[in-house]
Write a protein that binds this ligand. Structure first.
Ligand code: 13P
Length: 257
């Protein structure tokens, strides 16, 4: 595994102007999150990346982007390249989020190219996979998620795959308040780990209605190494509570990992 620390990633989606993002970071720094036993990443919209990077300063909280294009430059109107992200201080990138698959025509082949491009630039891809409500209802989650995972990493060698992070986000759990059970999510993660050589060494995150009150039960599962969080990451106090709970500090009063 790349790291044994839990990883908590804030996916802000299309929330916060640069001004609002700076206000979040100022409050976050005041709360002084303890990141000794957890890795923390914030993924703001593109327009706030540079401002968040500057505002974070020497904070251990790192910067991620919500997507990127695979080429270094060229005629790709509206797109952002890995080099542009690096210049803004980005070290992580979410790729293949279900909202981009659903609304922006993201497909497995481009996701695969983006993963390779991110790795080539030293940006860690957080590759999102997930089942739709109808796939969940039909009981084909394991097959569907394994198929998506294999397509995302198609043609890559195990050592490359091991440098990535995977996020399992059941689409029916995103923004619904209906979290998957930790045991069921763990079973899907186990399937993901076995789907492609190298994923036995990566961190696999759960995403979908994660709250400070639920993250600890999730990361207690053997195959769940952290969380990709939308709504509950938008307030600084809630984000800090997620970090505390993920590293098992909040209840015990001391680091347990
Ligand atoms: P919520 O935490 O708001 O359900 O969003 C999950 C998600 O899609 C994170 O990428």
């Amino acid at each position: 595994m790349t790291s044994t620390k839990p990883l908590v990633v804030a996916n802000w989606k299309m929330h916060k102007t640069a001004f609002e993002a700076i206000a979040f970071v100022r409050e976050l720094l005041t709360l002084d999150p303890d990141c000794r036993h957890v890795d923390a990443v914030i993924c703001p919209p593109f327009t706030a990346l540079a401002a968040v990077h500057d505002a974070l300063g020497v904070s251990p909280v790192e910067l991620g982007a919500q997507t990127m294009w695979y080429a270094d430059s060229g005629a790709f109107t509206g797109e952002i390249s890995p080099r542009m992200l690096l210049e803004s201080g980005v070290r992580w990138v979410v790729l293949g989020h279900s909202e981009r698959r659903q609304y922006c025509g993201e497909v497995d082949e481009t996701i695969n190219r983006k993963i390779r491009a991110a790795l080539a630039h030293g940006i860690t891809p957080i590759v999102a996979v997930g089942d739709t409500p109808s796939e969940h209802a039909a009981g084909i989650t394991l097959d569907r998620v394994a198929e998506q995972t294999r397509a995302a990493f198609d043609g890559m060698i195990a050592d490359e795959v091991a440098r990535c992070v995977v996020a399992y986000e059941p689409i029916w759990a995103i923004g619904s308040g209906q979290i998957d059970s930790p045991e069921d999510a763990n079973a899907v993660m186990r399937e993901i780990r076995g789907a492609v050589p190298g994923l036995d060494r990566t961190r696999i995150l759960y995403g979908g209605s994660v709250e400070p009150a639920s993250i600890r039960r999730l990361v207690a599962q053997p195959n769940i190494d952290g969380a990709l969080v939308g709504g509950a990451s938008l307030e600084a106090s809630s984000f800090v509570a997620l970090l505390d709970e993920a590293q098992g500090r909040a209840l015990s009063g001391q680091a347990s990992m």
